[in-house]
Design a protein around this ligand. Structure first.
Ligand code: ADP
Ligand code: MG
Length: 272
């Protein structure tokens, strides 16, 4: 598998007088992967992913994107490769109409003008939004705004898509839609990095989980493995998936972290 993002011995602090925020972080994220980064508020998740698109540069260590060190890429080149959807859509959205909002990035990257309407329409479709292109983005619901912020970035067709807490404060159907969009994008050969606190969503949709604590990676692996590590979860301040508790309450002693698997197991037992 091709490496999309490679981080080696990354140390970072915001200024020389403050504490290190990232302490010797190393990791690889591959093309076609959908990865989640989890950990308490303030443990360094946003700081880490901002290194992927060059918004931040390492104090020590290296970050490369598809084999190229981020120090050797211009901001424009990085924007083309790695799209970052900010934690709060309101801080990203600024245009007067939905149309201008979605085509701002592609226009800046020099995409042809003639194709813009088609691009905006197909991108809105990808994020499952049906909107009047002349509407003000500020008139939208929080769930629509979040998906519009994702559309802004998707319109540039980045090979790596970073979603920083897109589901926080969103209703269940919006969360599912966002996960579907992310899963589709990864399944089409791109890479998606999701920061989220929603364990139940994460374990249903992602390929790999990275748990962080105090600027370090505590443990990483497939959800089925990581979410069984009680000690690491406790240390990272993460609750185990609720399905695990339900399974236990139903007397099932297996490793079940997904609702559909639990339902299947219960049906199997009833049928016996
Ligand atoms: N722009 C900044 N300047 C100084 N310190 C910051 C800045 N952004 C974040 N921090 C600090 O860095 C640490 C990690 O923050 P952050 O990466 O935002 O964590 P997370 O995304 O996991 O909540 C926190 O202690 C936070 O206060
Ligand atoms: Mg954050």
């Amino acid at each position: 598998m091709k490496e999309a993002v490679k981080v080696e011995g990354l140390w970072f602090r915001y200024d020389e007088l403050s504490d290190w925020v990232l302490k010797d972080v190393s990791l690889k994220i591959f093309q076609g992967e959908f990865v989640a980064i989890l950990g308490r508020n303030g443990c360094g998740k946003t700081t880490l992913v901002k290194h992927f698109n060059g918004l931040l540069k390492p104090c020590r260590g290296e970050v490369s994107v598809f084999g190229v060190n981020t120090r050797n890429l211009s901001t424009a080149e990085l924007t083309r490769r790695v799209g970052y959807v900010f934690q709060y859509p309101d801080s990203q959205i600024f245009a007067e109409t939905v149309f201008e909002e979605v085509c701002f990035g592609p226009k800046n990257l020099g995409f042809p003008k003639e194709g813009m309407r088609g691009l905006v329409n197909s991108t809105l479709k990808k994020v499952r939004l049906k909107l009047d292109l002349e509407a003000s983005p500020f008139s939208l619901s929080t769930g629509e705004k979040e998906r519009l912020a994702i559309a802004d970035v998707l319109a540039m067709n980045p090979r790596v898509l970073i979603l920083d807490e897109p589901t926080t404060g969103q209703d269940y159907s919006t969360c599912r839609r966002i996960m579907e969009v992310a899963r589709d994008y990864a399944d089409n050969g791109n890479t998606v990095v999701l920061i989220s606190h929603d364990i139940d969503l994460v374990c249903e949709w992602v390929d790999r989980v990275i748990l962080m604590k105090d600027g370090r990676i505590l443990v990483e692996g497939v959800p089925d493995k990581v979410f069984m590590e009680d000690k690491a979860l406790r240390e990272a301040g993460i609750e185990a998936p609720s399905v695990l508790g339900l399974a236990k309450a139903a007397g099932i002693d297996g490793k079940i972290i997904r609702m559909e698997d639990l339902v299947e197991e219960l049906i199997r037992r009833i049928a016996v």
